[in-house]
Design a protein around this ligand. Sequence first.
Ligand code: ASP
Length: 342
Amino acid sequence: MQRPLSRRRFIGATAAAAALPAAPNLDAIEPAPPAKPVSISSANGLATTARAVKLMAGGGDTLEAVVSGVNIVEADPKDMSVGYGGLPNEDGVVELDSCCMHGPSFNAGSVASIRDIKLPSRVAQLVLKRTDHVMLVGEGARRFAIAHGMKAENLLTDAARRQWLSWKENLSDRDDWLSAREAAAGHEARPTGTITCLGLNPAGERSGVTTTSGLAYKIPGRIGDSPIIGAGLYVENAVGACGATGRGEAVIISCGSRIVVENMRHGMSPAEAVEDVLQRIVKQTVDPRLLDKKGRPDFEVVLYALRKDGKHAAGSIYKGRQYAVNEGAGSKLHDCLHILDR
Ligand code: ASP
């Protein structure tokens, strides 16, 4: 039950509210959506953004466009960080995470730790469209996908199996089970990778999707940021969208994508919004296990932002990352901003 405000508390509350800056009127400060569809993605999304823009230009729904775009990478065994051919968990089993958001209906769908299904973003899209839920996990997500006619298949390719076997054979203190000694020592970077794709059409509708096999050799059942709304992805039609790749634990703890969108709501440009969250992540990283010799994070996070007017930016903690952009004239890689040099 809410307590009635005393006169003293009421005055205090009004004074605090008066001190807050007025929320900007986004319609007044930002121009209309772009004349042509725009799609941005992580650097592995050149073909993805091309397909997303083509579908949006033909009048396709923004969610269908971005999901169809990332399906290219999910089905590609050569990308060992997403979908089929992704590096497995520590038991040698591929477990996939994905979520999507549809701006016009402000709805979301997600699957986490799903096995045997090649295109997890399609399952996330089905959770959005064909359930009253947002998130399905593990065996329940798998059974839901099969009920919708998806094929259960072994996702472990020979190349991924060989890489996992070599890790397993050389296993020493490099797994995720931290003994008391290891918890106080360093943390070893392992192969990661993900694809995130955002799309915006001239009607101002936007959607996004993120999909991954997550951290290689993870503890079975480990869920990263990619299937978590507000972490690996956040979309708000009236403001903008953000997707994330990199160390999922840092993106979850910082609510990364959600804060980027919130920053844009309060008037920051996409670049400022991304930079602010990366700075927060650096400041929030205080566990010595996650710091390099210079006391800085020993991991990477990349955030990709697309504002309602089509302006975009992506940023990484360290220099050297790129992102894919398609504004109707072919997909190109752009440099990410960065906040630290190695
Ligand atoms: N964000 C992904 C995860 O933590 C991995 C990555 O993007 O590299 O599962």
